[in-house]
Ligand binder design. Structure first.
Ligand SMILES: C[S@@+](CC[C@H](N)C(=O)[O-])C[C@H]1O[C@@H](n2cnc3c(N)ncnc32)[C@H](O)[C@@H]1O
Length: 216
């Protein structure tokens, strides 16, 4: 059964961090790797899209304890847990969808997103990435660590399966439902370039989990 995105994560809050770190292959490598790509200047401002409980921030705060972070997430439970873990840090948490929340312009030194954006189509991401591009300072970068389809066929299969499940369950609203519809790295890169990023580079990968760096 498809579940609404925020309900899905609220229901899995208990033991979420342990699940991610023990059941997701290479999590112990890609979280620290992602954090190491973020700026080290004191007081720099980082936007985290789909921050969850902040697994990507754990390592980042070790290397940059004074970083300022704005995190956006649909799940109040995830944000509460993040706040508890990083009490005393300069964090602005926003409950909402990163598709709807205004980001502002020229505000962030960098943005990051880990394992959150693989639920959306290229078309849905285009407007989001344009908004993100405008929100970054000149030369700011977006570090994206996420799951990807390894072929066009796989990408199409995920989409078909998702639409079939929606039809089967009679879902026709525009709400977000939890289902992994992974793009290929090629299509993700195209969305970022079409949104205005000047370069997109693959920094690393662990199986189907890739880290991409897009520079404004
Ligand atoms: C698998 S968790 C990843 C959380 C964290 N980045 C990590 O790696 O542990 C995906 C997160 O994305 C959030 N999310 C999904 N769609 C979202 C949206 N449209 N706007 C904001 N957050 C969203 C979910 O609520 C969830 O907390």
């Amino acid at each position: 059964m498809l579940e609404k995105m925020s309900d899905f994560f609220e229901a899995r809050l208990d033991g979420y961090d342990e699940h991610m770190m023990t059941c997701i292959e290479s999590a112990n490598e890609f979280y620290p790797f992602t954090a190491r790509q973020l700026p080290t200047a004191e007081n720099c401002h980082v936007l985290d899209l789909g921050c969850g409980t902040g697994l990507e921030l754990q390592e980042y705060y070790t290397q940059n304890p004074l970083a300022r972070v704005t995190g956006i997430d649909l799940s109040q439970g995830m944000l509460d847990e993040l706040k508890r873990k990083f009490a005393g840090k300069d964090i602005n948490l926003i409950l909402g969808s990163y598709f709807d929340v205004p980001f502002g312009e020229n505000l962030f030194d960098a943005a990051v997103s880990v394992e959150s954006l693989h639920h959306f189509t290229k078309e849905e991401k285009l407007a989001l990435y344009s908004k993100l591009h405008a929100a970054l300072k000149d030369n700011g970068c977006f570090i994206l660590t996420d799951y990807f389809s390894l072929s066009d066929e796989e990408e199409q299969m995920h989409r078909r399966n998702f639409l079939a499940l929606k039809a089967e369950q009679g879902i026709c609203d525009d709400e977000f439902y939890h289902y992994d519809t992974l793009l290929t790295v090629k299509h993700e890169t195209e969305a970022l370039l079409e949104a205005g990023f000047s370069t997109v580079e693959v920094l690393n990968h662990w199986g189907a989990t890739y880290t991409l760096k897009a520079v404004k």
